[in-house]
Design a protein around this ligand. Sequence first.
Ligand SMILES: *[C@@H]1O[C@H](CO)[C@@H](O)[C@H](O)[C@H]1NC(C)=O
Ligand SMILES: *[C@@H]1O[C@H](CO)[C@@H](O)[C@H](O)[C@H]1NC(C)=O
Ligand SMILES: *[C@@H]1O[C@H](CO)[C@@H](O)[C@H](O)[C@H]1NC(C)=O
Ligand SMILES: *[C@@H]1O[C@H](CO)[C@@H](O)[C@H](O)[C@H]1NC(C)=O
Ligand SMILES: *[C@@H]1O[C@H](CO)[C@@H](O)[C@H](O)[C@H]1NC(C)=O
Ligand SMILES: *[C@@H]1O[C@H](CO)[C@@H](O)[C@H](O)[C@H]1NC(C)=O
Ligand SMILES: *[C@@H]1O[C@H](CO)[C@@H](O)[C@H](O)[C@H]1NC(C)=O
Ligand SMILES: *[C@@H]1O[C@H](CO)[C@@H](O)[C@H](O)[C@H]1NC(C)=O
Length: 435
Amino acid sequence: MRAAYLLNVLSSFAGLASSTILQNGQVRITDYPNTVLSASTAQFKTYPPNATELSYKGRWDSKYISWWSAPGLKFGFTGEQVAITFGPYTTDTTLIGYRIDGQDWQFTNVTTNATHLLVSPSTPGVNLTTPINPSTFELRVTNWGYGVQIASVHIGKGEKLIKIPDFGRTIEVIGDSLSAGQYSTFEGLSSYAYGLGAGLGDTEYHLTAYPGICLFDKRCYGNLRGMFYQWYHTSDTSGRAIDIWGDKPEVWDFSKQTAADIVVINLGTNDNNSANNVTTDGYVAQYTMLIEGIHAVYPKAQIVLIALWEGFGAVGNTYEQATLTSDVGYVPQIYSIYQYFNSKEYLQNPILYDPVKNATYASHKPSDPFVHYFNTTGILQHNDIGPQYHPTDVGHIKLASHLIQYIKLKFDWPLYATGPEVQHDTLYWNDQSSY
Ligand SMILES: *[C@@H]1O[C@H](CO)[C@@H](O)[C@H](O)[C@H]1NC(C)=O
Ligand SMILES: *[C@@H]1O[C@H](CO)[C@@H](O)[C@H](O)[C@H]1NC(C)=O
Ligand SMILES: *[C@@H]1O[C@H](CO)[C@@H](O)[C@H](O)[C@H]1NC(C)=O
Ligand SMILES: *[C@@H]1O[C@H](CO)[C@@H](O)[C@H](O)[C@H]1NC(C)=O
Ligand SMILES: *[C@@H]1O[C@H](CO)[C@@H](O)[C@H](O)[C@H]1NC(C)=O
Ligand SMILES: *[C@@H]1O[C@H](CO)[C@@H](O)[C@H](O)[C@H]1NC(C)=O
Ligand SMILES: *[C@@H]1O[C@H](CO)[C@@H](O)[C@H](O)[C@H]1NC(C)=O
Ligand SMILES: *[C@@H]1O[C@H](CO)[C@@H](O)[C@H](O)[C@H]1NC(C)=O
C-alpha cells in the first residue's frame, strides 16, 4: 500500500535473514531448520526445471524465476526424499513455506545456488501413503519482493516424479500490498488472498499482487508501471525484476495456466493517495479497461471488485472507518464501474480491451453479467489494521472468511478444505480452564 514503508522494510532487512519475523516489534522465535545440503547430489535422481511433472503456480518466467505473491511449485513423488537446487537468480535468504500432503507448512530460508533437502525419511507423514497418493510436495515463496529460481529437483534414486493434475477451479487475485500480505506474519502466506484461495480448498490460486502498485499505469511508490500494464507481464514491478529483465519484461502467456473462473481485484488504495498523482478520471478509465482486458483473456470469469476501506480513525468517543467519514477510497467510483458493467447498454454490446493495440473494441456478442461488487464495510474494525496501515493476521483471516462465504453463496462453490492447515502459526488458545 505505501512503498515509503515498503522500501524502509526492505533496506532494514537487508542484513538479516528474512526468516526474522517481527511480532509487535519483538523477534518471533522461529527456529526454522537450515535445510542446505552440503553432500553431493549424485545420490539423487535429478530432474530439470522444465520437467513436465512440475506444476508452477502463480507466475514464473522462462528462466524458472518466481514473481508476484506466493508463487508455488507442486509435484507428486515416490520415495522419501525431495531436494531442490535453487539457481543464481534466487534472492539469498528467501523464506519459503513447503509441505507434503496434508501436513502443516514448514519453513526454511533458501540460499542462492544451494541445494536444500526439504523432504527426508524424518519428515512427518512421509512414510504414509493414504489417503493422498502419490505423495505431493508443494512450496510457496512467502515474500513478494524476494524470489527463487528452480535449477533442478531431486528425488531418491529409482524413484519418480508424478504430475499432479490441476484442481477443477481457479481463482486469481489482482492487487497491491493489501493482497500481497505486506506486514503480516508470513506475508503472502498470511494474506487474505492466499487465505481465500487455499481456504476454498481444491482450488488453484494465482496471486498477482505487489506492494505500492497503482492500477493506473504510472510510477507509484517506486513501482515504475501500474497494474493496467504489468498484469500482462510475467514479472512484477520490483527492483529485482528490473535487474533481471530491465524495461522488457516477458509478456505473460495466459495459456500456461487454466483460465481463472473467478478474478478478485483489490486495487486503488495507492491510486487514491495524493503521493501518486493519479486522477479520478484516469483511475476509472483504466480500471474499466483492465476489466475489459480480463474479460477478453478469461471470457468465462466472474470478476469481483473489492471496495476499499482506507483505514480507521478515532471519531469522538469511538472509531469509524475512513471511507464513511471522509471522501476517500474511490468507493463511489468502484461502485459506478460495477454498475457500468451491469448496465443493459454494456451487456448488449460488451467492450473488450486489447493490450497490444492499447485500444478497446466491441465484441458484438451480448454477455451475461460478470462483474460483482464486494462491500467490505463492516468486516474489519480499527484493531484489525496494524500500525503500518495494513490488516493484521486476524484482519486477513476475517477478509478471507467473508470472501469465501460470499463466493460460496454467490457462485455456488462448495468449500472443499476440510482439515489440513491453511493459516500457519495462528493456534492461539486458552489452555487454562480458569485464571
Ligand atoms: C537463513 O539463511 C542465512 C544465509 O544462508 C543464514 O545465515 C541463516 O542462519 C539462516 N537462518 C535460518 C533460521 O535458517
Ligand atoms: C527442457 O529443456 C532442455 C534444455 O533446454 C531441452 O533439451 C528439453 O527438451 C526440455 N524438455 C521439455 C520437456 O521441454
Ligand atoms: C551463483 O552461481 C553462479 C554461477 O552459476 C555465480 O555466477 C554466482 O556468483 C553465484 N552466486 C552466489 C550468490 O553465490
Ligand atoms: C512412519 O514413521 C514413523 C516415525 O519413524 C513411525 O513411528 C511409523 O510407524 C511409520 N509408519 C509406517 C506406516 O511405516
Ligand atoms: C480519493 O477518492 C475520493 C472518492 O472516494 C475522491 O473524491 C478523491 O479525490 C480521491 N483522492 C485522491 C488523492 O485520489
Ligand atoms: C505529483 O505532481 C506534482 C505537481 O505536478 C509534482 O511536483 C510531483 O513530483 C508529482 N509526484 C509524482 C509521484 O508523480
Ligand atoms: C493506453 O491508452 C490509454 C487510454 O487511451 C492511455 O491513457 C495510455 O497512456 C495508453 N498507454 C500507453 C502505454 O500508450
Ligand atoms: C456497503 O455496506 C454498508 C454497510 O452495510 C452500507 O451502508 C452501504 O450502503 C453498502 N454499499 C453499497 C454500495 O451497497
